[in-house]
Design a binder for this molecule. Structure first.
Ligand SMILES: [Zn+2]
Length: 262
């Protein structure tokens, strides 16, 4: 109990003093600063092999390069990444996040400490890096949820080497549409899907991903790059889509639904 209290304070102090703390020097990479919970630290971090931390930084740097190459929106400022003791992550953070292994919150990427960097964690890190990039480039804009989440999910798939949506994802969406469960794109403009119920939220994520993918299918990745950069400059997805994709959001939505019926 006492140890837990001590480490909460140590973590708070580490977070407050993050950029200057010499103790964290070792975990710095070109674009990321990795901070970790002292309890977890004694097992795999500074006091241990540091393999997990190095793996996290390597994975994030690789995603950073890919995000810049594909969309030109990788964060320019260094991003803070906090590795938490698994128990504390589950208690303090997991409920905030969609994934049980990491999330972006309070301008930082939070990660559940582990022994190894799994492929699943790498995928989540790629997803959360997009949120960090959107947050950095458009801190005061209301970016539509379908753009932010759709892009994060599209990038996560792209980073994992996955091409198009899988047949099972397409079938699931076609079925949602056939049963009348399709969420109108206007409702997906809400910046966060947190207010949706669990079933509706997963449909919202999948539809958002499908919209971004359909834009790429219709107009190519260059158009997506142009669209995203315009949205992050202005917050106006409608005008951005008109300029970069030569269509209205409602048209993109309709075209996606038609393509699912084929
Ligand atoms: Zn997300």
């Amino acid at each position: 109990m006492r140890a837990a209290l001590v480490s909460i304070f140590a973590l708070a102090a580490a977070l407050a003093a993050a950029p200057a703390a010499a103790d964290f020097e070792r975990e710095r990479s070109t674009h990321f600063l990795l901070l970790y919970d002292v309890e977890f630290d004694t097992r795999t971090g500074r006091g241990g092999s540091g393999r997990f931390e190095r793996g996290v930084l390597q994975s994030l740097e690789a995603s950073h390069r890919t995000l810049d190459a594909l969309l030109g929106i990788a964060p320019r400022r260094r991003v803070d990444v906090v590795v938490h003791d698994p128990g504390r992550f589950d208690r303090d953070f997991a409920w905030r996040f969609r994934f049980p292994s990491a999330g972006f919150y309070g301008e930082r990427i939070h990660i559940r400490g582990s022994a190894t960097v799994s492929a699943a964690l790498e995928t989540v890190l790629a997803h959360e890096l997009v949120h960090a990039a959107v947050d950095e480039r458009a801190p005061s804009l209301v970016v539509p949820g379908w753009v932010n989440e759709g892009l994060a999910t599209w990038f996560e798939a792209r980073r994992a080497g996955k091409g198009r949506m899988s047949p099972s994802e397409r079938n699931a969406l076609a079925e949602v549409d056939a049963r009348g469960g399709w969420i109108a794109i206007e409702r997906l403009a809400t910046p966060s899907f947190a207010a949706f119920g669990p079933g509706e939220a997963s449909r919202a994520y999948l539809q958002s991903y499908a919209l971004i993918e359909h834009l790429v299918e219709r107009r190519g990745e260059r158009a997506l790059r142009d669209f995203v950069r315009r949205v992050l400059r202005t917050g106006d997805a409608r005008t951005a889509l008109r300029r970069a994709g030569r269509m209205e959001p409602a048209e993109l939505d309709r075209s996606l639904r038609e393509s699912l019926r084929r």
